[in-house]
Each structure stands twice: as C-alpha cells, then as structure tokens.
Ligand binder design. Structure first.
Ligand code: NAD
Ligand code: MG
Length: 383
C-alpha cells in the first residue's frame, strides 16, 4: 500500500526536497494534498506533476490565479489558514509532512495528530511553541512524530534499537553564517551577509535563526520534547564541517554519532520510510575529502540566544512560545532592513521580560501568548 501524503509548505526548501523523494519512489508514495503561502505558480506545477487531489494557497489574494492555472485539472483548490487544518484530517491522508515555517505549523500539527495521522515534522516551531501539548497528544493517540530536522534525525537514528538510558544528547552546530565574525561587527551585519550559510541552503527564516543561534536553542527545546531528555543533559557543540549531524552518549560511556554530507534528502527520506532506508544514487562518503572533523564550545556571550532558549525550556509553560513569537517578528524586520541583526535577540529578551506567563497552556493560551509576544517585539523594534 502506498503512503498518501499531505505536504504542508510544499514550495519551500524542505517541501521541494520531500517531493524529490516522492518522485524517486513512485511505488511507495502518492500525494493527496500540497500547500503554499503565496507561490501559486510552483504549487500549480507540483499539483499537476504529482496528480494531487487538492491544494491550499493560504494567501487568499493568490486564490484566483491558482484556480485559473488548475482550471482544466480535477484538482480542488482551497484558500485560507483554516483549510490547512481541514485537509490534514482527510481520510485520504496517511502522513502529514509539516514543512511550514513558524508558529503557523502548530495548529495543523495538532489537528493531524487528533485525526491520527503520522507526522513527519520539519516545522520545529511546533515543538518549540507547544511541545508539551503536542507530544502528550501524540502519545495519547499513539501517533508517531518523526523528526526531519537533521540533528534530531541523527539522534533518532542513534537511538534506534537502544533500550538503555541516555546520559547525554550532543547536538552539533555549524555556527551559522557569522561564525567567524567578531562580536563587535554583528550590529552592522546586512541580511545578505547573514543569509550566506556555509553548509546548508535553507529558507530565509531558518538561515537567520542559524546565524543568531536561535535555531540551535530551538533544537535543544525540540530534542527535549522528542526524546524526553532533560535540558541539563542536552549539550551543543560547534562542528564547522557539518558532517557529524549529532550524537548520543549512553551510560556506559559509548557515544553513537550519525555522519554524512549535509543533505536534507537523507533525514526526509528516513522520516518517510522509517524503519527502512531509502536507496539513493549518492556517491560513497569520501573520508579523504573530509580529513578533519573539529569541535569547539559555543561562545555564549556572542550568542546569548542559546542560553535564553535553555531558560525558556526550564521555565516551561508559554516561555518558549513567547521567545518564538518575538523572534519571528524580529527576523522578518531584520530581513526587511527595519532592525539590526543584534536587535533580534534584544527583542526576544524584551518580550520575555514583559509578557505574561501561563504554566499549563491550552492551544488558546499559546495563541494568546504568540499574539502578545509579537506585539511586544513590534513595540520594542518600533515597527
Ligand atoms: P521555507 O521558507 O523555504 O518554506 C516554507 C514553506 O511554508 C513554503 O512552502 C511557504 O509557502 C509555506 N509557508 C510559510 N509561511 C506560511 C504561513 N504563515 N502559512 C502557510 N504557509 C506558509 O522554509 P524551510 O527552510 O523549508 O523550513 C521549513 C521548516 O523546516 C522550518 O520550521 C525550518 O525551521 C525547518 N527546517 C528546515 C531545514 C532546511 O534545510 N530548510 C532544515 C531543518 C529544519
Ligand atoms: Mg537542524
């Protein structure tokens, strides 16, 4: 039986690479639904190529253009964010690949879990914002949440077949685009410069998050919720080559790592095919091309966002949701040339100081915390 996929955010970096895996494996997967925010041209081409049953364009101003492009095909066209929640619940869907960016991923993930769908999760913000609620729900409904994020896929692979306690998770970090830049130069960094990631080609938001290390902080939170490991036993190590994707240390002192050239097709295919692996036309890894694998500590002064994320994780409740909301607003402002690079972390700190706090939040509480923190960040940045 083919797995029937709903890919949320199919026009983005992860979405497009997910469709590469589907294209390579026509006997294993078929596409039920695809979604995008505004790129209706690519969404239309994808829907036609993969014979999707339906598509969603969340930006309602693009609905007519998309509807026109698909007029001669039997593909249903919907618009608006509410449609995302509806399509993931369809009986024609087995697996939801969440490749949305930001807070927008939370509600569709929750809806998909409630409908009993297997989740292949790239949208880390789902777990940063509402990891407690999401993982509790997934365990109640016996729904697997399979990580696509490369570090978490690495940890997941290291844990396969293990039954003994974990001493430590070691998340590796490329250091992002500004790794070798002195801290004094960070305030003047341009968006163009911060978008030049040394190892990975990804969407703009995560590339900026990688440069501030907000992304690594989010990955610590994500790892906690996925694997149930306490913050004190999750460490972060700079590894500029991005070959070791992350590691697990066990109680006997053994350390398992997952290695490979940086390529998101690998974790995506693992999430889709687990417990099996894809057969992909890739060259064998050449150790002679990568004779050095180096590791160093994170400069916590240069990158305060990492410790802020640890604090949010320890506080629990809506703290990480507040961090995420302020970050989303500040990253968008930075990309727009409306604030400095270093204002991103300052806006997060401001929002965390001023925001309310709910210890055991419902989905509605997360929505309120998100709205509040976005407003606080906008206030701080004078947007
Ligand atoms: P992207 O910006 O390239 O793509 C995002 C997709 O979501 C697009 O299809 C876009 O149309 C859609 N989208 C964006 N905002 C939306 C909204 N408000 N409502 C509905 N649709 C919306 O992003 P990406 O780099 O593919 O990242 C997707 C997720 O995967 C993020 O959470 C990111 O942190 C995570 N991730 C990405 C990579 C990577 O290599 N790109 C690696 C690890 C984790
Ligand atoms: Mg990652």
């Amino acid at each position: 039986m083919k797995q029937r996929l709903s890919i949320l955010g199919s026009t983005g970096s992860i979405g497009v690479q997910t469709l590469d895996i589907v294209r390579e494996n026509p006997d294993m997967f078929e596409i039920t639904s695809l979604t995008a925010r505004s790129n209706w041209q690519l969404l239309a081409r994808q829907a036609i190529e993969f014979d999707a049953a339906c598509v969603v364009i969340t930006d309602t101003t693009k609905y007519d253009a998309l509807k026109g492009a698909l007029a001669s095909y039997p593909i249903k066209v919907f618009t608006g964010e509410e449609s995302l929640r509806q399509i993931v619940c369809s009986q024609e869907v087995d697996v939801v690949v969440n490749a949305l960016v930001g807070y927008a991923g939370l509600v569709p993930t929750v809806a998909a879990i409630k409908a009993g769908k297997k989740i292949a999760l790239a949208n880390k913000e789902t777990l940063v914002v509402g990891g407690d609620l999401v993982m509790r729900l997934a365990s109640q409904r016996h729904v697997p949440v399979l990580p696509i994020d490369s570090e978490h896929s690495a940890i997941f692979q290291c844990l396969a077949g293990e039954h003994s306690p974990v001493r430590r998770l070691i998340i590796t970090c490329s250091g992002g685009a500004l790794r070798d830049m002195p801290a004094e130069e960070l305030p003047a960094v341009t968006p163009e410069r911060a978008l030049q990631h040394p190892q990975w080609r990804m969407g703009a938001k995560i590339t900026i998050d990688s440069a501030t290390l907000v992304n690594k902080g989010f990955e610590v939170i994500e790892a906690h919720w996925l694997f149930g490991v306490e913050p004190d036993r999750i460490s972060v190590l700079i590894h500029p080559q991005s070959i070791v994707h992350s590691m697990v240390e066990f109680d006997d002192g053994a350390i398992k790592a997952q290695l490979g050239t940086p390529d998101m097709h690998m974790p995506i295919s693992y999430a889709l095919m687990f417990p099996h692996r894809a057969s992909r036309p890739k060259e064998a890894f050449d150790f002679m091309q990568h004779p050095e694998l180096t590791f160093s500590a994170v400069d916590r002064k240069k990158y305060p966002a990492l410790d802020i994320a640890y604090d949010c994780l320890r506080r629990g409740g809506t703290a990480a949701c507040t961090m995420n909301g302020a970050n989303e607003v500040a990253v968008a402002a930075f990309l727009d040339g409306r604030c400095r690079f270093t204002d991103i972390t300052s806006a997060i700190e401001y929002a965390l100081q001023k925001a309310g706090f709910t210890a055991a939040p419902s989905l509605e509480d997360y929505a309120a915390a998100n709205t509040e923190s976005r407003a606080l960040a906008a206030e701080y940045l004078r947007l």
